[in-house]
Design a protein around this ligand. Structure first.
Ligand code: 9MR
Length: 392
């Protein structure tokens, strides 16, 4: 592809993302905000009594096809997001043909049921449509910046006023294995096209687009007690310090919490990390909680107990930290988990994972009991939530 064709395609793709809602055109209508639909004795009920909130990331196709799923989602959750619906690969599979239908369905459902909505994720190295990485590869810095501006303007602009917190950047730190850069950033097409400032830039653009949304950095692999994980926690804090000093409009830090049942957990070290995040004035969200049970016994009852025990150990530390606001699971029931599809996580005995609050039939499991009990035992977070809502 020639440079000019690349450039044209990139900008055409961006323009076609629908950035320019013509002046005077009506904002999309996602329906009125309904009354909270959750039950008092479920996880969201227990969370709300302590100024916390509970929710899940779910796929919109289940919303459309299962009345039972809709009923359970309304009963269990005060926070909702689509697990893939706002990713670029879903919204812009091809330049020029944006598809907002899946994300719109989530937003409509959440509003109708009085749920608080999260947006996930504006800038990520995965879930990029095939046509984007090669174009970013050839773009000048100005072109790449223009593309990012249009993309963020498009998606965060469409949902402006409906999203409580946005994952602006996702998984920006280098993961397991050798770390090639002194700043510890992951090498991605965004970093290559825009340099390390792409993170600050994304936050500024998102803030211009939706000034009332709480903007989050969402990060993986921060929870377990491995040296390489501790090194990532240190890098995260260092970067946050810089972002605060540069006036970057970040208000939340998302800890994914894809936990692995037999990986070590050090409550003291994790507690310290949460406290340090809190000291930056950030709200903390647990954004993608699930527990890989690969190392636990095949017997479902024994397995569920082991998962619930680990969950309780984790949440007791998490919910003690006043800056924690939300706990969100990655899926709500065992029939909908990415862990069965991933080679690192699939169980060796061929059984399906049981990593979530409800089983494959959407019946409550010990996970859900442990979740409710942890919320009931948590200190009251209402005061911090109120303070952080002011826009700290
Ligand atoms: O669960 C998601 C899976 O369905 C998608 O195929 C995948 C790529 O878009 O993303 C998964 O969700 C990831 C999340 O967006 C970011 N953190 C890790 C999650 C699990 O891979």
């Amino acid at each position: 592809m020639s440079m000019s064709l690349n450039r044209r395609s990139l900008l055409a793709g961006a323009a076609a993302a629908g950035l320019a809602r013509p002046a005077g055109a009506a904002a999309p209508d996602f329906g009125p905000v309904g009354k909270p639909s959750w039950s008092a004795d479920g996880p969201q009920g227990a969370a709300a009594a302590k100024g916390l909130a509970f929710g899940a990331a779910v796929p919109s196709n289940l919303l459309n096809h299962s009345a039972e799923f809709r009923r359970i989602l309304a009963r269990e959750c005060g926070v909702l997001l689509g697990n893939n619906e706002m990713k670029m690969a879903v919204v812009l599979p091809e330049p020029g043909r944006p598809d907002f239908a899946p994300a719109d369905a989530i937003v409509r459902f959440g509003r109708a049921h009085g749920q608080s909505l999260r947006g996930h994720a504006l800038v990520w190295h995965e879930a990029l449509p095939n046509w984007v990485a090669p174009l970013l590869d050839h773009a000048s810095q100005g072109q790449a910046e223009d593309f990012l501006r249009r993309w963020i303007g498009t998606v965060a602009g469409r949902y402006r006023g409906t999203i409580a917190s946005w994952d602006v950047v996702n998984e920006v730190l280098a993961g397991y294995g050798p770390v090639h850069r002194a700043d510890g950033l992951r090498e991605t097409p965004w970093l290559a096209a825009l340099g390390p400032d792409y993170i600050d830039l994304a936050f500024r653009l998102a803030h211009e687009t939706d000034p009332r949304a709480a903007l989050a950095w969402n990060e993986d692999s921060l929870e377990h007690a491995f040296d390489w994980v501790e090194a990532r926690r240190v890098r995260a804090l260092k970067r946050l310090e810089g972002m605060r000093a540069r006036g970057v409009p970040i208000r939340r830090f998302g800890i994914q919490a894809h936990l692995v049942g037999d990986h070590p957990f050090d409550p003291k070290a994790f507690r310290r990390f949460l406290a340090e995040l809190g000291q930056f004035g950030l709200g903390i969200e647990i954004t993608e909680l699930d527990i890989d049970d690969k190392a636990f016994p095949a017997d479902p009852a024994a397995r569920d107990r082991a998962v619930a025990d680990f969950l309780r150990r984790f949440l007791d530390v998490v919910l003690d930290e006043p800056a924690v606001l939300n706990v969100v699971t990655w899926g709500l029931f065992d029939g909908d988990t990415w862990l069965n599809d991933h080679p690192d996580h699939r169980r060796r005995d061929g059984l399906r994972q049981r990593p979530l609050p409800l089983d494959e039939m959407m019946r409550p499991k010990p996970f859900r009991e442990a979740l409710v009990a942890a919320f009931r035992h948590a200190p009251d977070h209402a005061a911090t939530r109120a303070r952080l809502r002011q826009g700290a």
